[in-house]
Design a protein. Structure first.
Length: 106
């Protein structure tokens, strides 16, 4: 057992006859992304364009809804102002004694 461990250590310390391979650079065809990389980039660009268009449409729709809500609120406030004035006119005394006039308004 000790002999086999000693032999393993001895062989590990002796350089092999084959040696280590010299570093080489891979061919350029293997380094470039190729068609798959191009396809992924095109898909990402299309997805980003679609998302930006959708976002702009949603922002525009939200802005238009806010403008319409403001217009409706303004119309309601104007309508409420005229109905309040007519209600105030109805509350004023019409008759000579300070009471409400009869159905004919005289």
């Amino acid at each position: 057992m000790i002999a086999s461990a000693t032999t393993a250590i001895a062989f590990a310390a002796i350089p092999s006859a084959i040696g280590t391979p010299s570093p080489t650079t891979p061919p350029d065809e293997l380094v470039t992304p190729g068609f798959a990389g191009f396809a992924v980039i095109v898909i990402l660009v299309i997805a980003v364009i679609v998302l930006i268009a959708d976002m702009l449409r949603r922002v525009r729709r939200t802005r238009y809804r806010a403008e319409i809500d403001e217009r409706l609120d303004a119309e309601q406030n104007q309508g409420a102002g005229t109905s309040e004035e007519s209600a105030a006119d109805d509350a004023e005394p019409d008759g000579p004694d300070g009471g409400a006039a009869g159905p004919s308004g005289r």
